[in-house]
Design a protein around this ligand. Structure first.
Ligand code: HBI
Length: 97
């Protein structure tokens, strides 16, 4: 298991301020965003693009999809909270949206 440091609260808040629409989960250990698309095919195409990026980064989202809605939660299990990997993946997700 690779060790990756958890973001400080200041790093976390700075990252969030640059990620439009992402919110901190109540426990402070993850960031979340819901995306809506025209239909299921668009939503699934988005998820496919993210899946490829996630696999490349070896960092994977927790997500839920129903029809055109994709709910994404990012946290770093290995760090027990948020890490730079979550911020990087969130930025990649914004590009893919
Ligand atoms: N994805 N979100 C997330 N968090 C992790 O800690 C993580 C992961 N994908 C793979 C991964 N860790 C590997 O480094 C192994 O720890 C499973």
């Amino acid at each position: 298991m690779t060790t990756v440091p958890r973001l400080t609260d200041a790093e976390r808040d700075a990252a969030l301020s640059s990620l439009p629409g992402w919110v901190l989960r109540a426990d402070g250990l993850a960031i979340c965003k819901t995306f809506r698309f025209g239909d299921f095919a668009e939503a699934f195409g988005f998820m496919t693009r993210i899946a490829i990026q996630a696999e490349k980064a070896d960092h994977h989202p927790e997500w839920f999809n129903v029809y055109n809605r994709v709910e994404i939660t990012l946290t770093t299990h290995d760090a027990g909270g948020l890490s730079t990997r979550d911020v990087a993946l969130a930025r990649a997700i914004e590009q893919a949206a």
